[in-house]
Ligand binder design. Sequence first.
Ligand SMILES: [Fe+2]
Length: 218
Amino acid sequence: MEEYFDYDVTKYPFVTLIQELFAHDLQLLHELPNAEYSFFSTPGNDSDTIFHKLFYDRMRSGWKDFTNTYVRFIRECIAPISGNTGEIIYQTWPSFRVHLPGNVAVGGWHKDSDYHHPPGEVNFIVAITPMFESNATIAEREPGTLDFRHFTMTPGQIVRFNGNQCLHGNLPNTTGKTRVSFDFRILSADSYNPSHDLTSLSRGNKFLIGHYYQRMSL
Ligand SMILES: [Fe+2]
């Protein structure tokens, strides 16, 4: 079942950093030029927008303020609530999401395991703007139950859920407000499989340490 946690937005300034990157009210990103996209009905092009390009170009150019904050956040906020001791395996770069009005953030209802993600992953979502009504992620409470709920959240909140096994997705955003968030996955050392030879359907990443994941000593 999903669980919510609070974190300190001053100590881990993801909201400020992403706000500075876009230099625009994040809930109104859809007002920027060239921000209209046809409906993302399948996975893939949903992460190929001008917003993703700006975010990942900044990451590729070495966005130390963000990546250092992210690594510190994994160590100080995520590891303690994950129950991992000794080490934790985490997604190298988080997945950036933009849920534009009239569209979805992620094309297709799925479990991450449908996309070759290995078993044992635990998912986290970090809200950068308010997530409410139809601009929120929706997921099953337990695998196979079809007991869906919205992840209603405000900046400063994270949610942990079993995205590997619980069906999740989103509805067309009718709120008139863009939702921005990022998400990532962690694994315990015990559940990491170094011979998992499948790659992610979206980006072709190998689900291995040094590729999709990094290992952190705690
Ligand atoms: Fe997913």
